[in-house]
Ligand binder design. Structure first.
Ligand code: AMP
Ligand code: MG
Length: 352
């Protein structure tokens, strides 16, 4: 299959772009797949109410079919037509955070096929905050099932280049809307339990949810790698976000971390390995290795969220064998950053 790549500027959707979005919508209505930008990461979209489309999404990604897909909507009224009932909490959260990087889990009705929910009676729903995504959803009939647009297990794409790398030849179209704004996947909150529970941390933090709902719990498996418990979001049990090389996170006082990483980088280089380091704006100049990248600025963690997946993919582009990363504070958005980084490293952490 030939994959068409079309560039669209989110902030200037002209007549030609509108026509492209109509065509993209028709592809999805006809059961095909289109990758598109959202504010979190790129999504791989198909008709959420068509079981064949969901099957195709799993096949294109190589994703296990028990790992449910998030359904994207553009209008709150549409949500009401695919769930058993809309909890009060969902109305409050939508008012506060939609369109935005928050996914809510509710009890599904019969319109949503089990192929989309990985066999579950619940469905995850989100309204993305990106004009290209919203227009595509409307043009597609209202419901797009979309996981991240990467090969299962690899870091999620935050630029179209990596969707093309993973999915070219496997899907009908890729909409290139430039680099996404946030860079990490949505926060997932389960509203079917007595107390709402965060199943995946993201840009919308625990404190932000508590401010709207009062009591909110966090699935312990998100942060505690040794609990042995099964994550409540089926997808969180899989190895994820992983670069091709081996990544180790080094935790400790800054000067010790720099010294340790430089020593280990030298040892690995002596064994003939190509070494990469993930530092920050403040520490980048202190490292000595083949490729050194800053992931952002600790004073503004949004910069780190924005760059993390891109940096991991860039190390793959440069065939890096061994990577060392600094560790980050795990409160606020940092919880999402560390959740992704720990998974990318297979929970390989050295504490100094
Ligand atoms: P991705 O599509 O790559 O953003 O991943 C979607 C995540 O949402 C996975 O970790 C899924 O396990 C999780 N998810 C989707 N639907 C549900 C659901 N009904 N219950 C629990 N987790 C879900
Ligand atoms: Mg994903």
């Amino acid at each position: 299959m030939e994959t068409e790549v079309i560039q669209i500027d989110e902030h200037n959707i002209d007549e030609a772009s509108k026509k492209s979005l109509q065509r993209a919508g028709q592809i999805i209505r006809d059961g095909g797949l289109v990758a598109f930008p959202t504010e979190t990461v790129y999504g791989l979209g198909g008709d959420a109410l068509n079981p064949d489309s969901s099957r195709k999404i799993y096949a294109a990604k190589g994703r296990p079919s028990d790992n449910p897909l998030i359904v994207h909507v553009a209008d709150f009224e549409d949500l009401e037509t695919i769930v058993k009932e809309v909890p009060d909490s969902a109305r409050k959260l939508a008012k506060a955070f939609w369109p935005g990087p928050l996914t809510m889990i509710m009890n599904k009705n019969d319109r949503v096929p089990y192929e989309t929910t990985g066999g579950l009676d619940t469905v995850a729903i989100r309204m993305p905050n990106n004009e290209i995504a919203l227009e595509l959803i409307r043009q597609s009939g209202g419901f797009i099932a979309a996981p991240s647009a990467n090969t299962s297990g690899r870091p999620s794409p935050t630029v179209a280049r990596y969707c093309i790398e993973d999915l070219s030849g496997k899907i009908e179209m890729i909409l290139d809307g430039g680099q996404v704004g946030i860079g990490l996947e949505s926060t997932i909150v389960d509203l079917t339990s007595d107390v709402p529970m965060i199943l995946r941390p993201g840009y919308i933090t625990l404190d932000m949810l508590k401010e709207i709902l009062g009591e909110v719990e966090v699935d312990r498996t998100i942060i505690d790698s040794n609990s042995g418990a099964k994550p409540k979001a089926p997808g969180m049990k899989y190895r994820h976000y992983a670069p091709k090389g081996q990544l180790t996170i080094i935790q400790g006082e800054q000067s010790k971390v720099v010294e340790y990483i430089n020593r280990k980088a030298k040892e690995a280089a002596a064994e003939g390995k190509k070494v990469g380091v993930i530092g920050t704006d403040a520490t980048k100049a202190l490292y000595d290795a083949d490729v050194i990248k800053s992931v952002g600025n600790r004073q503004d963690e949004r910069t780190i969220a924005h760059e993390l997946f891109k940096v991991l993919r860039e190390f793959d582009d440069e065939n890096i064998d061994v990577m060392f990363s600094e560790s980050f504070d795990d409160s606020g958005i940092g919880q999402a950053i560390m959740n992704r980084l720990l998974k990318a490293a297979g929970h390989n952490v050295i504490i100094l």
